[in-house]
Design a protein around this ligand. Sequence first.
Ligand SMILES: CC(C)(COP(=O)(O)OP(=O)(O)OC[C@H]1O[C@@H](n2cnc3c(N)ncnc32)[C@H](O)[C@@H]1OP(=O)(O)O)[C@@H](O)C(=O)NCCC(=O)NCCS
Length: 261
Amino acid sequence: MTQKHPDYPKSRAEAFHNLVAEDEGRAGGMVEKYRRFVVGERGLGFLFLYEILTLAGGLPGAAGFAARRVCYRPLLGSQGRGTIFGRNLTLRHPKKIALGSNVVLDDNVVLDAKGSENHGIVLEDNVLVSRNSIVSCKEGDVRIGPSAKIGINCLIHSESRVEIGAGALVSAYCYILAGGNHRFDRMDLPISEQESYLKGGVAIGEEAWLGAGVTVLDGVTIGRGAVIGAGAVVRESVPDFAIAAGVPARIIRMREEEPGP
Ligand SMILES: CC(C)(COP(=O)(O)OP(=O)(O)OC[C@H]1O[C@@H](n2cnc3c(N)ncnc32)[C@H](O)[C@@H]1OP(=O)(O)O)[C@@H](O)C(=O)NCCC(=O)NCCS
């Protein structure tokens, strides 16, 4: 049977996990726990506002789009002009979410800026986050540059920092993981209870293209204009304008202009 070791060193991620667990013991019961989880360290008045305004989340049709644009504005850190909010969005710790102009969030997108000391999520002008994609912070930050596109069913997870450059294209089913590395050197503890560690976050250069189903691990920088083949697992940085593919990803060639006729 596995034993718990209360003196085992705590990483930032584990500390976060414990923070959630310790919430059990904090005053105020379920409502307080829900408030801290969903809107962060903000007052009950803000929670009440959140509960009322997010009722617009499931409204169908054009009326729903119009209602969400009005209702989400007071909840968010900032919201530019022309933002489009699909149905059934999840916005957690919304005051740490900043949206530029003409940002599009398609149906079922999750933007979760949770953390006690992080800055949260910034989506700059003309960013598209497609259906079912999740941008999730666990004490980390995420910035997506102007006109970058995130395909359907992607996960962007940040325990430190994720930067996606202007005009980058992230195809469907990509995982971008800044964190999430557990140690597993002890056999007497479940891996989920062992220390996790960070490798410095993920940066994806301007106008880079990640094919479908790419996984980018913590500590990786993908260069400007680089191409990553479908299904690759990227564990080492890729230079500007390189084409890399495979598991683990290796450079197959460099991009170059086709010679003219
Ligand atoms: C990476 C990619 C752009 C390369 O295209 P390309 O330049 O035409 O490359 P080629 O087809 O000539 O292949 C070159 C070599 O790389 C290999 N390769 C290409 N794509 C690969 C991939 N995704 N995984 C593993 N190896 C790959 C080929 O097998 C070939 O190897 P070989 O020289 O040993 O035969 C393309 O294969 C790809 O993966 N595109 C992603 C498409 C996508 O996901 N779109 C999502 C919608 S936006």
